[in-house]
Design a protein around this ligand. Structure first.
Ligand code: MN
Length: 228
């Protein structure tokens, strides 16, 4: 057997404090998991079960990268998020069993083409091109082990734009895993972006966008000019 062409490199996240790499399988994201953010985009946070969208695994961007302003948008937004990395998997996972699947956590930024997302909502079309574009899944290094409640912050050029507690999530991590595992079979290598607090906003070329979560390494990117 030969491959038709060389298989692409496996996307990965670095593991803090070691030279180990966490290989990525799938990237799932939760919509509207903080009440104030749901309201700022005109949604009712109270009555909805969690819903999900995805990004390709190879859309991952490691902290420290400089990325070009994406094509096909005039309104790129930051979304500071806690990222959960799974070292186990399964279907129909009970919330009480979810923590046993978790490898660790990272700070992340769910970059969003907000203008394309608004158009998709308006026209009842899918969000893929608003959410799953190239270099849209920014992730800091993974920290192994459990994570205590703490603050999550999104900063642009040092100015605080987003701030909340992880415990402000409508659906805690265990419930997110339980819900998601009813829709798809989860497996080692899966990441889950767990939703963003209020304060999302635009990024411009030249901006430095940093996501901080207490107890984790930050996820920081610089936006460069569009390449075309
Ligand atoms: Mn998000």
């Amino acid at each position: 057997m030969t491959w038709v062409f060389d298989p692409p490199a496996l996307p990965y996240l670095p593991v803090q404090g070691s030279d180990a790499r966490f290989p990525l399988r799938r990237i799932f994201c939760v919509g509207r998991n903080y009440a104030e953010h749901a309201r700022e985009l005109g949604n009712d946070p109270d009555r909805e079960p969690p819903f999900f969208f995805t990004k390709p695994a190879d859309s991952v961007v490691l902290s420290g990268a400089t990325i070009p302003y994406p094509t096909a948008t005039a309104n790129l937004h930051h979304e500071a998020e806690l990222v959960v990395a799974l070292a186990g998997g399964g279907s129909d996972v009970a919330p009480e069993a979810a923590s046993a699947l978790i490898f660790g956590y990272a700070a992340g930024n769910d970059l969003t083409r907000r203008d394309l997302q608004a158009a998709a909502k308006e026209m009842r079309r899918p969000w893929d091109m608003a959410k799953g574009f190239d270099r849209s899944a920014v992730c800091g290094p993974l920290r192994r082990g459990p994570l205590a409640d703490g603050a999550i912050r999104g900063l642009v050029n040092g100015a605080l734009r987003q701030q909340a507690r992880l415990s402000d999530m409508i659906w805690p991590v265990a419930d997110v895993i339980a819900h998601l595992s009813r829709l798809v079979r989860l497996a080692p290598g899966d990441l889950i972006f767990t939703g963003t607090p209020a304060g999302v906003g635009p990024l411009q070329p030249g901006d430095v966008c940093r996501v901080e979560i207490d107890g984790l390494s930050p996820a920081e990117i610089t936006i460069a000019a569009a390449t075309r």
